[in-house]
Design a protein around this ligand. Structure first.
Ligand SMILES: [Zn+2]
Length: 241
């Protein structure tokens, strides 16, 4: 049975001298591993679509337990990402996070679209990629089911958030009363919290155009690290920059 689906290559694993196994984030099947036969040969038709970041329409078929790639129509290799080491490290980090969040047979179209928009940004735009990566992280948490609570107290549900207090364990808001009752808390800049609310409800391509100070981006990074550590298994080992 053949299945045609759009997919992004998350990882290329050497399988033999001539073959690779690709970990794909597909639109129709979620994450799948697929053999790209002959893709390590320099004249292979699958060479271009076997590199990490490559995005295309893949034709897959299943034999025994594994998927095989019969052909691929490459839509973009996002080649320019690899021209700059810093950009490459941001993009590799985003791929790793995605690889660990998506499951086999579980589609996630919002995350799929977010990944493509983010890779497109790294390859073709000149925004502050430190900030772009934060936008990815927050939307990634949201689309993976781990959106931090930023509109009401995570302990008591109160919407009276007088200060900008968050829980150090998970980066969600707590109210002043719960903080006074002894709940662990740290204070962040109100702008950082406003920015989080803005990013959650605003389209990625609009968010990236906002001008945000390095201080706020740095604080956002700290808060999102708390959220990621609390929710994503093995997160520490995934930090590549
Ligand atoms: Zn509370």
């Amino acid at each position: 049975m053949f299945i045609e689906t759009d997919a992004v290559v998350l990882k290329n694993i050497r399988y033999s001298d001539t073959d690779s196994i690709l970990i794909l984030f597909t639109k129709k099947l979620g994450k799948v591993s697929a053999v790209a036969k002959g893709s390590r040969r320099s004249n292979s038709k699958l060479l271009a679509c076997s590199q990490p970041f490559a995005y295309g329409s893949f034709m897959l078929y299943k034999s025994s337990s594994m998927f095989n790639i019969s052909q691929c129509d490459v839509k973009d290799t996002f080649f320019d990402i690899s021209k700059d080491l810093k950009t490459l490290s941001y993009a590799s980090y985003v791929l790793t996070l995605t690889k660990n969040a998506v499951m086999e047979n579980q589609t996630n179209n919002r995350l799929f679209a977010l990944l493509l928009k983010t890779l497109y940004c790294y390859a073709y735009k000149e925004y502050d990629f430190e900030y772009v990566t934060r936008i990815f992280e927050l939307k990634y948490l949201d689309y993976s089911g781990y959106r931090p609570e930023v509109t009401k107290c995570v302990c008591c549900g109160s919407e009276e958030l007088a200060g900008s207090l968050i829980q150090p364990e998970n980066g969600s808001c707590i109210c002043g009363a719960c903080a006074r009752d002894g709940q662990p808390h740290i204070r962040i800049d109100p702008t950082t919290l406003e920015l989080m609310r803005y990013i959650i409800v605003t389209d990625f391509n609009v968010c990236v155009k906002a001008k945000v100070s390095p201080f706020i981006v740095g604080q956002l990074k700290k808060v999102l690290r708390l959220c990621l550590r609390a929710n994503i298994d093995g997160y520490e080992e995934q930090i590549t920059y």
